[in-house]
Design a protein around this ligand. Structure first.
Ligand code: PHE
Length: 341
């Protein structure tokens, strides 16, 4: 029996040293010291011993139990510490490591210009209207005095959705004039920025999708002088007070008289260069006094009210504002380009 206790002591102590987890350790505790454990099994044989041997063996068995318990506790503490160390190592948050830098984006150069234009017009008492890009040809053309057979209505110029040429992607923001007249009380002062679509090939100055800003003011006694004064002021606020402009006569079906507005070329100062195609001037918008037929078609008495309207190309304004040479750069979303603004 003495031999058995010695063996148990030896093998259990080394087994405890070999454990790596608290679960393994618990299993050993049950195996050696549990009710059905190995030590208990040995103690059950005490009955066979003589009265003299019994206390000696009892003492020995108690020593083994005490040694085992001590060893189990020791190992338990050791494993707990190791587990903690491991957790600290893996879950460690090192506040001294430099943070990861996130790249911040910013507004697209064209929208920077749009925001500037919006705030100039808001400062003059205009409202901003943003609306549909899919239009009825009635609004894109007919109500704007663009009759059947007008070249702008050609399939080769316009994206239609149906064979009857009734629904289309708007080719201009001018239908917003009609929507504003039909839905608003007079007087009206609005600008309406947005995308427009034409069947154009992509090149340095063309894209099948581009942006326009429509503008319109209707009130009693509004004249061409108001149109020129307003647009000159806008361009000066946008490009600087020394900007030189000119108005040339033109034709649009929905304005009479009509004009185009040019700004002097920023590259050559009016001498003529590749940017202005040798002209010295760059056209930025079409405009005019709203045709009486258009006013009357929207239920406005053209003998009492008059108004002006304009439509400008937003990309072109952005090109000039930031000295960009090619329209395609605006749409390519190349980060090396966009980062410069
Ligand atoms: N809609 C015209 C265009 O796309 C521009 C314009 C707008 C002209 C308003 C006059 C008045 O060319």
């Amino acid at each position: 029996m003495k031999e058995l206790l010695r063996e148990l002591r030896e093998k259990s102590l080394s087994a405890i040293d070999g454990t790596n987890t608290a679960e393994e350790l618990d299993a050993l505790r049950v195996q050696y010291l549990g009710k059905k454990g190995e030590l208990t099994a040995i103690l059950k044989q005490m009955g066979k011993l003589s009265a003299e041997e019994r206390p000696v063996m009892g003492q020995l068995a108690n020593d083994v139990r005490a040694a085992l318990e001590e060893k189990l506790d020791e190992r338990k503490a050791y494993l707990a510490e190791k587990a903690l160390e491991q957790r600290l190592a893996t879950e460690m948050l090192d506040v001294t490591i430099p943070g990861e830098k996130h790249k911040m984006g910013h507004r697209h150069p064209m929208y920077i210009v749009l925001d500037e234009i919006k705030s100039i017009f808001i400062g003059m008492g205009f409202d901003i209207l943003e609306d549909r890009e899919v239009e009825l040809s009635e609004y894109n053309f007919t109500k704007l005095n663009v009759e059947e057979g007008h070249p702008a209505r050609e399939w080769s110029d316009t994206f239609y959705f149906d064979d009857d040429s009734r629904i289309l992607l708007r080719t201009q923001t001018s239908p917003m004039q009609v929507h504003a007249m039909e839905s608003r009380e007079l007087p009206i002062r609005i600008i309406a920025p947005g995308r427009v679509y034409r069947k154009d090939e992509v090149d340095a100055t063309h894209s099948p999708m581009f942006h326009q800003i429509e503008g319109m003011a209707i009130d009693k006694g509004v004249t061409m002088g108001d149109l020129k004064g307003t647009l000159n002021e806008v361009v000066k606020q946008l490009y600087g007070s020394s900007t030189v402009t000119r108005f040339r006569p033109h034709h649009f079906p929905f304005t009479e008289p009509s004009c185009e507005m040019d700004v002097q070329c920023h590259k050559c100062g009016g001498k003529g260069c590749p940017t202005c195609k040798g002209e010295g001037w760059i056209e930025i918008l079409g405009a005019g006094m709203i045709h009486p037929k258009v006013l009357e078609g929207c239920g406005i008495d053209s003998t009492v009210y008059s108004g002006w309207a304009f439509g400008m190309g937003l990309e072109r304004l952005a090109l000039r504002r930031f000295n960009i040479s090619d329209l395609r750069l605006i749409f390519e979303n190349d980060i090396r380009f966009l980062e410069q603004f």
